[in-house]
Design a protein around this ligand. Structure first.
Ligand SMILES: [Cu+2]
Length: 111
């Protein structure tokens, strides 16, 4: 009984497959922001106070407010904005200074 192994290891080709990326979600995201007045900032929801219309966010730097990253309480322009988020969510939001109060004008869970 004879077993012959022919090992042909003539080259190793790493084919880097093309990654299919969807730009759709970014487009959808832009679509439900009524105003593009404030830039979008990344954050994480720490606490939601619907009765007071306030949300505590750990946020990254907010360019338009010249604010570094921190955890703080924001007012929201409309408490309905709080319906679509929950504590612990990673979010994208826009904040502006309205009548002296830092106010979230748009927010949604980041996917
Ligand atoms: Cu802040």
């Amino acid at each position: 009984m004879q077993i012959t192994h022919l090992v042909a290891a003539l080259g190793l080709t790493m084919a880097l497959g093309a990654h299919a990326q969807t730009a759709a979600s970014a487009a959808e995201h832009a679509a439900h922001h009524p105003t593009a007045a404030a830039p979008i900032t990344d954050g994480e929801v720490r606490k939601i106070d619907k009765e007071q219309g306030k949300v505590t966010l750990k946020h990254g730097p907010i360019a338009n407010l010249e604010m570094p990253g921190m955890t703080m309480v924001f007012k929201v322009s409309d408490s309905k904005l709080l319906d679509s988020i929950k504590e612990g969510d990673k979010v994208k939001f826009a904040a502006e200074k309205i009548n002296g109060a830092i106010t979230v004008t748009a927010i949604e869970a980041a996917k």
